[in-house]
Every structure is written in structure tokens, then in C-alpha cells.
Design a protein around this ligand. Structure first.
Ligand code: NAD
Ligand code: MG
Length: 380
């Protein structure tokens, strides 16, 4: 880890993380009760602006009324669009519907689109905001742990197509992110754990002290309170630092893919069936695999790989391919899925490997045969 990377973002006592991107810098506010302050925070940054709120049915039934009250009491004029919940909402059809709702509300460039929801709503509403009038302003109110520590930070927006996930999109940074950690209390334990995998990831990339903090406070983080806020703030700061150093993924931002090459392959191998595997679970297995693969290549100690798997397991996350319910996965299908991953350049496999906890690095020249032998050992 370079000192410059860590200096690029900072956390202060109020748990405000600034994403430092020059003129496009913005705040991530982290705490309880931010949803009820959303109107004031919006008006403070976008004086006189109107808003279009985009959300999904599940989140709307829990939190839309509170956001509407907050906006109304701050004098913010708005309209709201509620879409079905789930990954299939990140589609061209729902993008069209969202763009239409924004145009129908006659939003101008200085007005704001507010995404209230998980990563699905954030990615879709963010992309709509990026393309309407070549860019309107955009506020994220992430409501899942995954969205608070990952998808709402960094400006990647987009939708899925029949040919694959996240293939159409744009970089479009929000002007504000409000992460109200109390909203996470209504998440299912499984969704919470899945988001937690991405929290652990930041420790494993370049913050061994943060990984130790997570080992010590995992119980408190899951039950809510101070340690939860601290973990989320540190995760946001970690992502903000990586994004500030490499906004458009020319180099070091690829470290955020730790666990994702294997993870995406597993998701693809189960045809994205959430009953078998959700993204964070794929990442958990992928991170455990990346560490064991690094052990096999003589890069990392077995002890560190064991510690990583043990921690993910206490968090209720899977760590082995055989932990995935349903029919056994085939090695060749996994290898194919890995080779099709977008992180392949000129036939060489790119993996994020590690020399130990907090010492991940980008390896651009991984031998396919090594991966095959490793997967043979991992499969039952
Ligand atoms: P999601 O948005 O589908 O939310 C998961 C489920 O939880 C949904 O059913 C939702 O309705 C429900 N939900 C949301 N908030 C809730 C709450 N507070 N209480 C109860 N239920 C709630 O999924 P996600 O896991 O948040 O995000 C996944 C998406 O994020 C994927 O499409 C992925 O590609 C994207 N993503 C984007 C980035 C990025 O950088 N842009 C990074 C990581 C992931
Ligand atoms: Mg991820």
C-alpha cells in the first residue's frame, strides 16, 4: 500500500468520508437517522433543486414515506418512481422507464436523481442520471450493506444485457452519498452477510489492521452500533482511496476485484440463481480460493489462508465450492467462465493474488494449467 493511496480519502469524527476527485469530490455521510435528514442534506448541496426518487417495491414499503417526509419538510419538490425489486430490474426496459420518469418530471441538469435502494437501484438510477441531458446530478441513499460499502461509492453505473452483467454503463459520480446504517436492520441475515464479504475484502487488500478489527468486532458489527458504523466508514474510506487513485480502472482499482474472478465464475456456473449463490457469497468463496491458490503458488502462508476462511465462516459465509447447494459444479465449466471473465487480456488470466492478509496484488500472467490443477484439488 502506498501512503498516497491512503491520503487520498479521509474519515473525520462525524463519520464523513470525502471522495477526493477534484471538482467532482463528494461526501459520504455514515450514521443513524440520515434518512430523516436527507431533505436538508440534499437542499444544502443542491439549493433550489428538484428531485426524482427512484426506488424498488421492497424498499419503498419500508422507507419511501420517511424520505418523502424529509424532502417535503426541507421544501424539496419531488416525484417518485417505484420499480420491481431484483437484479432483472437492471435492464434496458427499466432504464427507459426511469429516463422517461426523469424527463416527465422536467428535471434540469442542476436537479437531482435520488437512488433509494440497494446496488440494483443505485446502478440503474445512476446510469439514467448520467445519460439524461448528458448528465443530471445524482444522490445515493444506499440501503443494503453491499451498496453502502461498495456500489454507491466510486461512480460505476449501468445495467445488464442478455449478453452479460454490467456490460452497458457509464462512470457518473454522485454529489452525495447518505449511508443510514439503521436501515440495515431490516436486511435478511443472508443479505447482510453477503455485503459483509465486501467489507472483509478491504482488509484483505491492503489493511491488515482493519482485518484484525473485523475479527475482534464481528459480533458487534452484525448486531449494530458503533463498531458497525466504524466498519462501514473504514470500508468506504478504503474504496474511496482506491477510486481516488485510479477512478477509471487503468491499474490499481483492479485490486477491488479480489475474490471476484473466482466469484463471478461461480455465479455464472450457477446461472446467477440467488437461491444457490448471491454475489457476496461468491466473493467470499472467491477470496478464500484466492488465498488458497496463493498458498499453492508459494506466495502466501497456509496460516493466513486459514485465518481468512475461518473469519468468513464465523460470518456465516461459504468458503468452499462444495458449500454451494445443488448439483456439483464442473471444473471445465468453471475454467470456461474464468476465461470469459472481462479481466482476461490476450489469453493470460488475470487474478488478484496475495502474499498474505492485507498484501493483495494484481497478477496479470497466471497460467491456466495452474488454475486447473488448483480447481481439481478444490472440487470434491
Ligand atoms: P439489490 O439492490 O437487489 O438489493 C437486495 C435486496 O434487498 C432487494 O430485494 C432489495 O429490495 C432488498 N433491500 C434493499 N434494501 C433493503 C433494506 N434496507 N431492508 C430490506 N430489504 C432491502 O442488491 P445489492 O446486493 O444491494 O446490489 C447488487 C447490485 O449491485 C448488482 O447488480 C451489482 O452488479 C451491483 N454492484 C455495483 C457496483 C458498482 O460499483 N456500481 C459494485 C458492486 C455491486
Ligand atoms: Mg463485488
Amino acid at each position: 500500500p502506498t501512503p498516497a493511496l491512503h491520503a487520498a480519502a479521509r474519515v473525520d469524527k462525524e463519520r464523513r468520508v470525502e471522495v477526493c476527485l477534484g471538482a467532482r469530490s463528494y461526501d459520504i455521510l455514515i450514521g443513524e437517522g440520515l434518512l430523516d435528514r436527507a431533505g436538508e442534506e440534499f437542499a444544502a448541496r443542491l439549493a433550489g433543486a428538484r428531485a426524482v426518487v427512484v426506488t424498488d417495491e421492497t424498499v419503498a414499503s419500508l422507507y419511501l414515506t420517511r424520505l418523502e417526509i424529509a424532502l417535503t419538510s426541507a421544501g424539496v419538490e419531488f416525484s417518485a418512481l417505484t420499480l420491481p425489486a431484483g437484479e432483472t430490474t437492471k435492464s434496458f426496459a427499466h432504464l427507459e422507464q426511469t429516463v422517461d420518469a426523469i424527463l416527465a418530471a422536467r428535471l434540469e441538469r442542476g436537479d437531482g436523481v435520488i437512488a433509494l435502494g440497494g446496488g440494483v437501484i443505485g446502478d440503474l438510477a445512476g446510469f439514467a442520471s448520467a445519460i439524461v441531458k448528458r448528465g443530471t446530478r445524482f444522490v445515493q441513499i444506499p440501503t443494503t450493506l453491499l451498496a453502502q460499502v461498495d456500489s454507491s461509492v466510486g461512480g460505476k453505473t449501468g445495467i445488464n444485457t442478455a449478453r452479460g452483467k454490467n456490460l452497458v454503463g457509464a462512470f457518473h459520480q454522485p454529489v452525495l452519498v447518505l449511508a443510514d446504517i439503521a436501515l440495515l436492520d431490516t436486511l435478511s441475515p443472508r443479505e447482510f452477510a453477503a455485503g459483509y464479504a465486501e467489507v472483509v475484502k478491504y482488509g484483505l487488500i491492503d489493511r491488515p489492521d482493519f482485518f484484525e478489527f473485523l475479527e475482534k468486532h464481528r459480533g458487534a458489527i452484525f448486531s449494530g452500533g458503533q463498531e458497525r458504523a466504524e466498519a462501514i466508514a473504514t470500508a468506504c474510506e478504503a474504496k474511496a482511496a482506491v477510486v481516488a487513485a485510479d477512478e477509471r480502472e487503468h491499474g490499481s482499482r483492479a485490486l477491488l476485484n479480489l475474490g471476484h474472478t473466482f466469484g463471478h465464475a461461480l455465479e455464472r456456473a450457477v446461472s446467477y440463481d440467488p437461491a444457490r449463490l448471491v454475489h457476496g457469497e461468491g466473493v467470499a468463496i472467491g477470496m478464500a480460493l484466492a488465498h488458497r491458490f496463493s498458498v499453492k503458488l508459494g506466495l502466501c502462508s497456509g496460516q493466513d489462508a486459514g485465518r481468512v476462511a475461518a473469519h468468513l465462516k464465523t460470518a456465516g459465509l461459504p468458503t468452499k465450492i462444495s458449500d454451494i447447494p445443488g448439483p456439483t459444479l464442473e471444473r471445465d465449466a468453471l475454467i470456461e467462465a474464468i476465461a470469459q471473465d472481462k479481466k482476461v487480456s490476450r489469453g493470460r488470466l488475470t487474478f488478484i493474488l496475495t502474499r498474505g492478509i492485507g498484501e493483495a496484488f494484481v497478477a496479470r500472467d497466471v497460467d491456466r494449467a495452474d488454475v486447473e490443477h488448483f480447481l481439481d484439488e478444490e472440487l470434491p
